[in-house]
Design a protein around this ligand. Sequence first.
Ligand SMILES: [Zn+2]
Length: 105
Amino acid sequence: MKPIKEREKQLRESLANLDTKLHQIEAELEQPMPKDFEDRASEREEDEVLEGLGNAGLQKQRMINAALKRIKNGTYGDCVKCGNEISQERLDVLPYTPQCHICAN
Ligand SMILES: [Zn+2]
């Protein structure tokens, strides 16, 4: 079993990476629209993709923050739905997951 400190470190690192990424997306979205009509259309498409990424990122950020809270409360690694332990293999892949593989499916 991986020590909880290591999980916490991993979560904090991905949270920091995510934060950087979200700021980059934000900066990109704030760029002014090009004057050319065609450029503008492709810029708009790009913005939509970026917004999607941003939303996914925000959701992940919330999940990581919730996982950090569970570490603090001592409930990290327990499924929030059924209370069973989440397998280490699952936590290795998704360290911020709140549910065991049974409840998640
Ligand atoms: Zn469960």
